[in-house]
Design a protein around this ligand. Sequence first.
Ligand SMILES: [Zn+2]
Ligand SMILES: [Zn+2]
Length: 368
Amino acid sequence: MISTQAAVLHRPGEPLTIETIDVHPPGPGEALVEIAATGLCHTDTTALDGDNPSCVYPAVLGHEGAGVVVETGPEVDLRPGDHVIPLYGPECGTCSMCRSGRTNLCWSIKATRDRGVLPDGTTRFSLGGQPVHHFMGTSTLSRYTVVPEIALSRIRPDAPLDAVCLLGCGVTTGVGAALADVEAGDDVVVLGLGGIGTNVVQGARLAGAARIIGVDTVPAKRKLAERFGMTDFVHAGEVDDVVEAIRELTGGGADASFECTGIVPVMRQAVDAARPGWGTCVLLGVEPTGAELPIPPVGVRYGKTIKGSYFGGVRGRTGLSRFVDLYLDGDLDLDSQITHRGRLADVNDGFARMAAGVGIRTVLELGS
Ligand SMILES: [Zn+2]
Ligand SMILES: [Zn+2]
């Protein structure tokens, strides 16, 4: 057992507290990982607000990390020294979903993950002898964390961990979704230019899109999105009709539209902005619990596709290395997205900046 510093959320509505917790050794199929760096992502804030039913308190938050394996339990192929990115979506390779070859969803350990424990039903964290729960199966806001091997993606050792940690969530979600559904020469529209949306822009550029139209209510988002490849900007607060503006720019509608806000009326705009006959609308933003999306069926009957994407459709253990390579080859920009850096003690400031819409990503470095 080792003692380490971790950011613990005791109950919703309170700030995180930096505690010295005990981390118990990895069991069969598990690895102990020293987290070098972790990004702060919006999904963590749903636990802060008490809106995440899979957060069991107290919990160690964090799901956008990268680190180094320091110890493994039995039946593990990873070795100490391996560089890894923890995955909230595992890839077991043996369940019916993994074997289908049709989805990157793997629900082999979802039931225990969503109860804040490892697959054997227990936690590897404790504070003063009382259990502390895992969050999203990753808990990267602890210098040491224990993760099942099927939820660890081994990456090349020359990748800087304080940058590629971003591949654990938002970057991969946005870039992967664009690479999956944008073809060279396409006109693309991206509704919402936050952490996901800017990465859809970047992925659409990589896919060879002709025109990449960004839509947002905040004009300040324009400059950064242009750096990632946006060609046109629609200020949603200033045009009368966003869908009409997109149809005008594209001569009838976008080949692919990406919704990145989770706001239901914006989802409807994304559906309507897709070109009749073949346009694809991809929903990436997370709607409020229980929300429904009313759409006229005619567009779908005439050939539009409405779909979604989880983690950009990327299989975590076998598909993430491609994104690491893209970054190291200079094709994927991670560095411009890291607007703030800090230490574990800066975690609450980072979440406050996120709530205020200041900057894009905060990366915390956890090493000594
Ligand atoms: Zn995330
Ligand atoms: Zn599986």
